[in-house]
Design a protein around this ligand. Sequence first.
Ligand SMILES: *Cc1c(COP(=O)(O)O)cnc(C)c1O
Length: 407
Amino acid sequence: MTSKPATSKPETPSGPAEWAPATRLVHGGTLRSQFGETSEALFLTQGYVYESAEQAEARFKNEDPGYQYSRFANPTVSMFEERLRLLEGAEACRATATGMAAVTAALLSYLSAGDHVVAARAMFGSCRYVIEDLCPRLGIAATLVDGRDIEAWKAAIGPNTRAVFFETPANPTLDLVDIAAVSAIAHDAGALVFVDNVFATPMLQRPLEHGADVIIYSATKHIDGQGRCLGGAVLGTQKFVDDHLSVFIRQTGPSISPFNAWVLLKGLETLPLRVKAQCENARRIADHLADHPAITKVLFPGRDDHPQAELARRQMTGSGQVVTFSVNGGKAEAFGFLNALQIVKISNNLGDAKSLVTHPATTTHQRLKPEARAELGIIDGMVRLSVGLEDADDLIGDLDRALAASR
Ligand SMILES: *Cc1c(COP(=O)(O)O)cnc(C)c1O
């Protein structure tokens, strides 16, 4: 792949498209004020003053490029959006208050009553609510498919399908969807492809290069990576953002706080280092657990025994930092293991510097009926581990100790 996607914006001195990703993440999108600050400024302001009534009029007519109101846009938020845009190689980016605001704004800004959306069944619990409950209430028909099954996508996508939505790798089973194959089917039907790229992070998977149209992030996860702020982002073509997303954000207000955008902007500077270190830790842990007698199954896209290992190599440049595994036994054994951990904390978040463990069947996927969980392969002994930045030997020691204690 070339480092300069055909869709990128014209060069700006603040973020040349030919910089390598690490450089874009440190310098890209910076708007330096008249004080020449090194660290990007936090513009904690709701509004902006105009030099004249004429200027105010021109801004509202979009004839003057300045800011109007922070529900629409804010300089700190713009810096975050531009830095992420440069990393992804998209034409445009808009930030939102949360990842779920990003998912909801991306889909609802584009879809109308009478449209049809097809989504992969294995996904983040709240995304399932948006697709399965909210869309049908608004007259948008929804079909869920097994995202791994190309024939199922072909059968479900029809002339009314305007959007295809999936997450890959998916939470918590780490199932993959073939982005290129599904995008080709969707595009034949005239549908846009929306990819929730949270688990892969922008460092490990570039869905636009495989044919996807709209990329969605919960920046709450790896982009912050230190458990502080909620945030989200949507990236796509200038046309999608101008005609649909920006209007929706401006008028309905899922806008991100400048403070949160500032934290996330600074988070982008260290994203490659953190993701790399977390992936290395995750690989060591996955390999260790795969040989452990108290573990029945390890799911990790970086291992050859992942059911879609070939696809993982084809569309991802790294394994990710989540390891899902099943302890021998059921809920009691899984709870015993979680409760015996000392370094790893019990929390449903992921992508954090701290290693976090969750029991999907009773937390993130508790809302689903047992049959729906079974369909996704979420068994009672299943545990999802988000591997952090601690020392790998300390983490392995903690896991071994807790596995021994739970038996
Ligand atoms: C966390 C998450 C979301 C939602 O993000 P929030 O910032 O918590 O609203 C959406 N999709 C995936 C895959 C996630 O992990």
